[in-house]
Design a protein around this ligand. Structure first.
Ligand code: SF4
Ligand code: SF4
Length: 384
């Protein structure tokens, strides 16, 4: 795609990055076939290619209406388009830049509401008070300590997960202990920065991200061998840290190390001997989070691990499509979010499973709200 950026953006690092991404798009339209919002709304401006044109217009001649803001807001940042795109267009990086550029166009009330939600979700004290009302499940087993320690891991506990579903981190620590892995946990305030980053608060995101990089890099140098994430939404953000820095930025190399040594819990366990883990086989459906299959580019990872453990998973129609959770999307775009959840639950429950499992706290909470079938993190199957 040819571009002609305005003076305002031509010499600015974000403008240059956006320009490179725009130029990689050959406007073939393949991405339209797998975009959930295009499928639901049928409008090209709610497709990846349409949004690329809107961002291009904003960068070339600052043309951006309230309708355009709405089309960008309706994007889930699910990255299904990245999986489909034959030209490797880095859509999620582009849409974050696009949203930052159009942020000043928002009304004062819109800005205030978005800011309140962002602060509530990223302030552990506030979230613990409000989030406690929505608690999903309590801790179900006693804690195990690792004996005969073979390795050490830093566990990203997440900022909402300890309040909403504490059993996930509890079980993860027990499973790792059984495998001889000693765990250090991050504090709840060590948020990965994803919520700020995707709500156009890049400065706040960078403050958190730099603090994390400093601390976690030092821990990787002296205390731990690996960083483990059980929430794929946090995992993808940490793995994407290097994309947020210029290559000559002092944080870039440290971000590369933190990113390279971060693994989803399924990625980590796939390399281990799991024969000591007792599982009760159940009839399951698995919901693959977009952040794992499209964001971290690990399609089939959990499915393969569960099959290795003896589970038989029912095939799920349209498994590549988002469930509608998408970070704060279910708060700001409730109608589309519910439609996507209904479609997803219809497909997940059609085989009449005893349990639906997933790999991300956001998807888990969102699906649970509409499901008669219990929804859990798949790691919870491994602690009995
Ligand atoms: S598939 Fe890729 S190259 Fe084709 S229009 Fe979509 S983003 Fe552009
Ligand atoms: S990120 Fe998802 S919703 Fe957004 S344009 Fe791509 S496929 Fe569509």
């Amino acid at each position: 795609m040819q571009t002609k950026l305005s003076e305002k953006f031509i010499d600015n690092p974000k403008g240059k990055k956006a320009d490179d991404i725009l130029r990689s798009c050959v406007h073939c339209g393949f991405c339209l076939a797998t975009c959930p919002t295009y499928q639901l709304l049928g409008n090209e401006l709610d497709s990846p290619r349409g949004r690329i044109y809107l961002i291009k217009a904003a960068l070339e001649n600052s043309k951006f209406s309230q309708d355009s803001v709405q089309h960008l807001d309706q994007c889930l940042t699910c990255r299904a388009c990245e999986t489909t795109c034959p030209s490797g267009v880095k859509f999620s990086e582009l849409v974050d830049i696009g949203r930052e550029i159009v942020e000043p166009k928002r009304s004062k009330w819109q800005k205030l509401y978005r800011n309140m939600v962002r602060k509530a979700l990223t302030s552990p004290r506030l979230f613990n008070i409000v989030g406690g009302l929505f608690k999903h499940a309590s801790i179900q087993t006693t804690s195990i300590q690792a004996t005969n320690v073979k390795s050490r891991a830093l566990l990203l506990t997440g900022c909402v997960q300890p309040t909403l579903a504490p059993n996930i981190n509890h079980v993860t620590k027990n499973v790792l202990a059984k495998l001889g892995v000693a765990v250090i946990e991050t504090k709840q305030h060590e948020c990965c920065g994803a919520i700020d980053q995707h709500l156009s608060a890049q400065n706040d995101a960078l403050i958190k991200i730099k603090r994390n990089i400093d601390k976690w890099h030092a821990q990787l140098e002296s205390q731990v061998d690996v960083i483990i994430s059980t929430a794929s939404g946090c995992g993808v953000m940490v793995k994407d840290y290097p994309t947020l820095f210029e290559t000559d930025d002092p944080y870039y190399q440290k971000a590369i190390k933190v990113s390279a040594q971060t693994k989803d819990i399924a990625e980590y366990l796939l390399e281990k001997d799991l024969s000591t883990l007792i599982t009760k086989i159940k009839k399951l459906s698995y919901h693959a989070p977009c952040t794992l299959q499209h964001g971290q580019k690990l399609p089939g990872l959990v499915e393969g691990l569960l099959e290795k453990l003896g589970y038989q998973l029912s095939p799920v129609t349209d498994a590549h499509l988002c469930c509608g959770s998408a970070g704060t999307y279910s708060i700001f775009q409730p109608t589309i979010s519910k439609q996507l959840r209904n479609n997803k639950l219809h497909h997940l429950s059609s085989s009449k499973p005893e349990l639906i499992v997933t790999a991300n706290i956001g998807c888990l909470m969102h699906l649970s709200k509409g499901s008669d079938i219990p929804v859990k993190h798949w790691i919870e199957l491994l602690d009995t």
